[in-house]
Design a protein around this ligand. Structure first.
Ligand code: G3P
Ligand code: CA
Length: 259
C-alpha cells in the first residue's frame, strides 16, 4: 500500500519548501534545508539525480553549470568528484562551503522533523543506468531509512510514477503538472492511488481544485511566492503551497489568522 501515513499528524495548510529555503539560500543544499526546517515547514521538496557511479545526489539540473563551480552533466562524474564542488558560491560567496548533498544526507538531516517530497525527473536519453534505476534506488533508500510514511515521491513523468507504484512497498505518490487537470488526470491518479497533485500555481483555478478534491486528491501548487499568489491559492482552498520562500508563507498565514 502506498500512503503518507504521517499525513494525519500535519494540520493543513502544508508549507512545502521548494528546493529548501530557495529564496534566501542556495537551492538543494543542506543549509537551505536546515533553514526551511528552522522556519517550521511541513515538508521539504528536493530533486534527485544519479551520478556516474549510480549514487543519488540532490540537484535540480542535469548539468552542474548553473548551481556549482563544475561543468557538464551530473551523470558524467563520480560521487567523490561531485563532493569536491562548491554548490553555494553561485548564490552568494558566503555559502562557498556548501556541497552537492547525497539524498541520504538530506534524509538524515530532515529525519523526523518534516516530511520529504522527493521529485524524480525523467532520465536523459544518454543516461548510462537502467531506465528504472533511480526509482528502485529511491524506494530502497526510503525503506532502508524506515521513512516510508514520511516521504512523498513526485514527478511530472507518469511513467516514473508507474515504475514506483510497481515496486514493493512504494511510498505515497504525487503528480506534478504544468497543465490543467481533466478527467484523464483523475483516472490516472485513481489508478495509482495518487496522494496529491502539484500544479504550477499560475494555471490553477477553483474548478481544478474542486475536481481534485472530489476525487480525494490534495492540491499543492508550486512557486506561489507573492502576497497576491498566496492569497489567490488559499482563496481556492488549496491544501498547502510549495514555495521558494516558506517563511513568507508561514508569516502570511499567521497575519491572516489561518495558521
Ligand atoms: O514540485 C514542483 C516543482 O519542484 C517542479 O518544478 O522545475 O522546480 O522542479 P521544478
Ligand atoms: Ca522540483
Amino acid at each position: 500500500m502506498n500512503g503518507l501515513l504521517k499525513a494525519e499528524k500535519f494540520k493543513p495548510p502544508w508549507i512545502i519548501a521548494h528546493r529548501g529555503f530557495r529564496a534566501k539560500y542556495p537551492e538543494n543544499t543542506l543549509i537551505a534545508f536546515q533553514a526551511a526546517l528552522d522556519a517550521g515547514v511541513t515538508m521539504i521538496e528536493l530533486d534527485v539525480t544519479p551520478t556516474r557511479d549510480g549514487k543519488l545526489v540532490v540537484m535540480h539540473d542535469k548539468t552542474l553549470d548553473r548551481t556549482t563551480n563544475g561543468r557538464g552533466p551530473v551523470n558524467g562524474y563520480f560521487l567523490k568528484e561531485l563532493k569536491k564542488l562548491d554548490a553555494g558560491s553561485w548564490f552568494n560567496p558566503v555559502f562557498a562551503s556548501q556541497h552537492v548533498p547525497e539524498l541520504e544526507e538530506v534524509m538524515e538531516l530532515v529525519h523526523g522533523r518534516a516530511l520529504i517530497n522527493i521529485e524524480i525527473k525523467p532520465n536523459p536519453d544518454d543516461d548510462p543506468h537502467p531506465s528504472d534505476a533511480i526509482e528502485r534506488q529511491v524506494v530502497e533508500l526510503v525503506n532502508r531509512k524506515n521513512a516510508h510514511d514520511a516521504v512523498l515521491i513526485s514527478s511530472f513523468d507518469r511513467t516514473v510514477l508507474e515504475k514506483i507504484e510497481s515496486l514493493e512497498n512504494p511510498p505515497a505518490l504525487a503528480l506534478i503538472s504544468r497543465d490543467p487537470a481533466d478527467s484523464s488526470t483523475i483516472t490516472f491518479c485513481r489508478r495509482l492511488n495518487i496522494f496529491s497533485w502539484h500544479p504550477n500555481h499560475s494555471m490553477l483555478s477553483h474548478e481544478q481544485v474542486n475536481l481534485m478534491h472530489s476525487a480525494g486528491i490534495r492540491v499543492f501548487p508550486y512557486n506561489a511566492d507573492t502576497p497576491e499568489d498566496v492569497q489567490r491559492m488559499f482563496d481556492m482552498n488549496v491544501d498547502g503551497i510549495i514555495s521558494n520562500d516558506p517563511l513568507f508563507v508561514i508569516d502570511w498565514l499567521k497575519h491572516n489568522k489561518i495558521a
